[in-house]
Design a protein. Structure first.
Length: 271
């Protein structure tokens, strides 16, 4: 591990600590909520004072400690860099869960080097949990200690637990039908996971996450966590994820392949 990356890895933990310190006082409190322009009809897309304050804090720390690094975040304009490194930030992924007082949200912090993601952090500060993925491995930190992360073996979709954040408001009509086809073949489905569902793949409790319309800051941090734990991530056609979009993440390649085949078959019947 080179010193440039090692220093930024340590710094990523500082960023997550700082984000948590900003967020915790806002959680389960009466706070200001605004609505962004929706990308899908009827989809409530909120942003809170906690989202904005957290990203401002993280950006200020990066600018102070690594001023030549670029920054891409959800809430504010991109800041180009010159070092080859870029931080990708989603201060609160799962804002809907956050304002509902649920814990299925987290801060996402990713680090890219020359456009390749080399580090992902998913931090849930209310629970004191942190998922980290880099260098082909993943780790979980909690008040009980640190432990390596590993996905579980799941031979087929019929044995799988699958998840999506919301089966209606986050999918187009066609996407919802494709998800329903995959869901029908599974053992159990759960909704409302947001970024935390990817952590549960890495922990071995969920086998497949299927989502649509994601942005770069939604996916950048979770991919190295899932892959570092032994999972696989692609779009709905089996291609690598480069800039958000439709994502299919699985703990076992066999379940991933079966879901891809169902999607391809359903699309073929409609063409």
């Amino acid at each position: 591990m080179d010193s440039d990356f090692s220093n930024r890895l340590d710094f990523a933990h500082r960023l997550a600590d700082a984000a948590g310190a900003v967020i915790r006082p806002y959680f389960r409190r009466d706070i200001s909520i605004e609505e962004k322009a929706s990308t899908r009809d009827g989809d409530f897309d909120p942003v809170t004072v906690a989202d904005k304050a957290t990203e401002k804090t993280i950006r200020a720390l990066i600018a102070e400690n690594f001023p030549s690094d670029g920054i891409l975040g959800e809430e504010f304009a991109e800041a180009p860099g010159t070092s080859g490194y870029r931080w990708v930030l989603d201060p609160i992924d799962g804002t809907r869960a956050f304002i509902a007082g649920q814990t299925m949200w987290g801060s996402l912090i990713a680090l890219e080097k020359n456009d390749r993601c080399v580090l992902g952090v998913l931090d849930q500060p209310f629970l004191g949990e942190r998922f980290i993925g880099h260098s082909g491995r993943a780790e979980f930190k909690s008040p009980e200690g640190n432990a390596p992360l590993s996905t579980r073996s799941c031979a087929c979709l019929a044995d799988a637990v699958i998840s999506t954040t919301h089966p209606r408001t986050h999918f187009s009509a066609e996407e919802a039908q494709l998800f329903a086809r995959v869901e029908a073949g599974s053992k159990l489905s759960r909704y409302g996971g947001d970024c935390y569902a990817y952590g549960l793949i890495a922990m071995g409790f969920i086998d497949l996450v299927m989502e649509a319309g994601l942005r770069h800051w939604d996916t950048a941090a979770v991919i190295p966590i899932v892959e570092g734990a032994g999972g696989i991530v692609s779009d709905w056609g089996g291609n690598p994820i480069s800039d958000g979009g439709n994502i299919l993440a699985a703990g076992d390649a066999r379940v991933h392949a079966e879901a891809l085949a169902l999607i391809a078959t359903a699309r073929g019947k409609k063409s």
